[in-house]
Write a protein that binds this ligand. Structure first.
Ligand code: G3I
Length: 344
């Protein structure tokens, strides 16, 4: 079935590009990914970043094809509290303003992460009491600022190692594992309505790392800690195989009473991109869309930017790329049509 759908998508792709490309004329507009996802009660989103918001053709697709936006960097600690106690929400606000102008909802990303921290925080030894106060103030000031403007927060990002042990971060080292529950409670105090998530990569399959989240989530729920969802980043790579237990994994978190979301999807490949690799990538995008649609509490899918023009991959993984559903010229790839097909 899927093969047939993909073949068909391939055959008509060229025609569709001409007729239904995301820049199609008003009045002849095909449903967007967002329209199609909404029919299932889901959203379909994209990350974006402030430097990109001067690119008009890019903005045209960003503003029309998606109903959800995640700031790729603008709400991170280094951007929002560059000096201790001095907050700067300019970058996040710019993205929230764009989203509001295009009737899109915003996922807040991210409050507590070991990466992209400001120098004043990393350059000093903190006592537990000091760091607790710093963390609480950061979380609550940012969550209060975006109250009513973001519908979900990645409260803690990437807390575990691949083997399911705690990642050795400044927060874990200084405060112990209880920093997670504290962070969630502080965020809840600052916004009683926003959905609170833990978010990580390589937790798409059932395995040591996702088991760690499962155990933690179960414990937090039992303790009455406000946790609403688990974000599975889904930075996949063709050379490492498809996470076949994705649906089962989404389902077990749902059974704990949690939402899930695919929060940072991209599917990279070793370059050059061949027709065959692009077809396989399209299949994977369709499969992960199917997996989310199959589990009621999988609330939506976000690609980690939508075009290869602005993907983080080539800068981080030498010789890899072509990870997103639109190419560097902003033209939809087979993956785009496969996602559409899966959402229909
Ligand atoms: O802002 C500086 C700029 O002043 C400087 O000239 C330039 C030179 O390298 O660097 C700029 O900072 C870059 C920053 O993005 C903003 O563009 C950093 O080098 C670069 O490392 C940073 O990359 C970001 C990465 O997180 C950092 O780990 C990516 O854009 C961002 O997409 C990526 O997002 C993460 C998620 O938050 C969590 N999950 C993984 C995902 C991919 O790494």
């Amino acid at each position: 079935m899927r093969t047939h759908r993909l073949r068909l998508a391939g055959v008509v792709a060229a025609v569709l590009v001409a007729v239904t490309a995301p820049t199609a004329q008003a009045g002849h507009r095909d449903p967007t990914l967002a329209d199609l996802a909404q029919r299932h009660g889901r959203y379909f989103g994209s990350a974006t970043d402030n430097p990109e918001l001067v690119d008009e053709p890019y903005k045209a697709v960003l503003g029309s094809e998606f109903d959800q936006i995640t700031p790729g960097n603008g709400m991170k600690w280094y951007a929002t509290e560059p000096q201790q106690g001095v907050f700067d929400f300019t970058k996040g606000d710019e993205i929230v303003d764009f989203a509001r102008a295009h009737h899109q909802k915003v996922r807040g990303h991210t409050l507590v992460w070991h990466s992209q921290l400001p120098g004043w925080l990393t350059g000093k030894e903190w006592t537990a009491d000091e760091l607790r106060a710093v963390l609480k103030n950061h979380i609550q000031t940012e969550v209060r600022h975006y109250r009513g403007k973001v519908f979900a927060w990645d409260v803690v990002n990437e807390a575990f190692n691949e083997d399911g042990t705690w990642r050795d971060t400044v927060f874990y080292r200084t405060l112990g594992p209880g920093y997670i529950a504290d962070a969630l409670r502080w965020a809840r105090q600052a916004d009683p309505k926003v959905k609170l998530y833990l978010n990580d990569y390589n937790i798409e399959t059932v395995g040591a790392k996702s088991d760690a989240y499962y155990a933690l989530a179960k414990e937090l729920k039992a303790q009455g800690v406000p946790l609403d969802g688990i974000g599975l980043q889904a930075h996949l790579a063709l050379q490492y195989g498809y996470p076949t237990s994705l649906e089962e994994n989404l389902r077990r978190f749902a059974k704990l009473g949690l939402d899930t979301a695919l929060t940072e999807v991209d599917i990279r490949m070793i370059l050059p991109a061949t027709e065959e690799k692009l077809a396989q990538q399209a299949q994977w995008y369709a499969d992960l869309t199917d997996a989310c649609l199959a589990v009621r509490r999988c609330v939506g899918i976000t690609v980690w930017d939508y075009t290869d023009k602005y993907s983080w991959i080539p800068a981080f993984f030498e010789g890899q790329g072509a990870a997103l559903p639109w190419d560097e010229q902003l033209l939809p790839k087979p993956a785009y049509f496969a996602i559409r097909d899966a959402l229909r």
